[in-house]
Design a protein around this ligand. Structure first.
Ligand code: GYE
Length: 371
């Protein structure tokens, strides 16, 4: 054998050994997972809102990805199809199945006392995620989600400075508020933020209607509102899916979408910033500003359950940090209650980086990203 063939043979041996090792590793891992006994698993019943938006689907995936057998959990996932009655049924069935934890992402805030009391009577801890419940705080262990009113206020500060910098008078602003599901915390907070700012700065809110956080409803509602109110020059969509519908409705009505309000364009702003297409719309100036809403609650809820398992007391309310996105350079940050919030300037690079981070599951330590 010459030197070259010895080298090649050695390489082959090395590759084969590595493959064998990797195979053994994978096999061992599979065996380890199948060794986990069903009885040892922590059973989590999760009642999810539905699948009304891209945000929601990413949120469901985030929950599914942590509550796995490998991590020591059995997840019972129930999709409520945007109906609270389905959530109440699901919670009652979780109680019957004697799950260890109940996690609820409530559709709307009101009407939870009775069923949460039933869970409490059975000694099952309840964790509320994303939206909030309007119930006595001793009926649940803790809550983790976004400060929706702050999101609305951040957006309105952005709009205010946009108007100042572009010499647009407050009285010339005519806003259509395409709301989220009425009674959901995300709707209540975002609407409240807008109403307070309109009052403070003198903007006109000419119409408000329920867009149910969906693209189809966002389209339908915007189409109707534009017909009835030809003066509308800002469409405040309470999520990106509604914004996709609104953009189409504006274009179908023969009008132009964009930030040039003085030039006759209709400005669209929205919330979430999860779907890459939404950020692309920011770059293309179809959406002028997005206030981020972070959907990665799976690791946060899992961290809470781990604490409860260890006999620790988790923080009662945990809010997640959130960004803002715009392609406009003139507003670098906004201030709400003396706190400064930077606005990330959207470029193709920023979009590509976010896509890469999301694809690889590397979006920072999400469980830590709370205050
Ligand atoms: O903004 C929207 C979703 O509750 C934060 O619900 C959530 C909202 C989110 O359908 O896209």
């Amino acid at each position: 054998m010459n030197k070259k063939s010895i080298k090649r043979a050695f390489c082959m041996f090395l590759i084969m050994s590595l493959c064998c090792l990797a195979g053994c590793g994978a096999r061992q891992e599979a065996e380890a997972v199948s060794d986990i006994k069903e009885d040892d698993l922590i059973v989590v019943g999760f009642s999810q809102v539905g699948s009304e938006s891209y945000w929601r689907n990413v949120n469901s995936e985030s929950m599914r990805s942590v509550f796995t057998k490998e991590n020591g959990y059995k997840l019972i996932f129930e999709d409520a199809q945007q109906k609270q009655t389905n959530q109440i049924k699901a919670i009652r069935s979780f109680i019957q199945q004697e799950v260890d934890y109940i996690v609820v992402a409530p559709v709307t805030e009101a009407g939870w006392d009775t069923v949460l009391q039933e869970a409490r009577d059975e000694g099952i801890p309840v964790i509320i995620v994303d939206r909030m419940v309007d119930a006595s705080s001793d009926l649940f262990e803790c809550w983790v989600g976004s400060d929706f009113e702050l999101e609305g206020r951040k957006m309105c500060e952005w709009l205010r400075w946009f108007c100042v910098k572009n010499n647009i008078l407050a009285e010339d602003i005519y806003i259509a508020d395409v709301q989220g599901t009425i009674g959901a915390s995300a709707q209540i907070g975002r609407t409240k933020g807008l109403e307070a700012a309109a009052e403070k700065y003198g903007w006109n809110i000419v119409a408000q209607a329920d867009g149910e956080f969906t693209r189809a409803k966002g389209y339908e509602v915007t189409q109707q509102l534009l017909k009835r109110n030809p003066k509308i020059n800002v469409v405040y969509c309470e999520n990106d899916d509604e914004a996709f519908g609104a953009i189409k409705a504006i274009e179908d009505a023969g009008k132009r979408v964009g930030s040039n309000i003085k030039g006759g364009e209709i400005m669209v702003v929205s919330f979430d910033g999860v779907k890459p297409e939404a950020l692309q719309d920011v770059l293309d100036n179809s959406i002028s500003c997005i206030v981020e809403c972070n959907p990665f609650h799976g690791p946060r809820v899992e961290a809470i359950i781990r604490k409860l398992q260890n006999g620790e007391t988790p923080q009662k309310y945990e809010y997640v940090d959130e960004d803002m996105f715009s392609a406009h350079e003139e507003i670098e940050s906004v201030v709400v209650d003396s706190k400064q919030y930077p606005v990330t300037r959207i470029t193709q690079e920023v979009i590509d980086r976010r896509i890469m981070e999301f694809d690889s599951g590397d979006y920072g330590d999400q469980a830590e990203n709370v205050y």
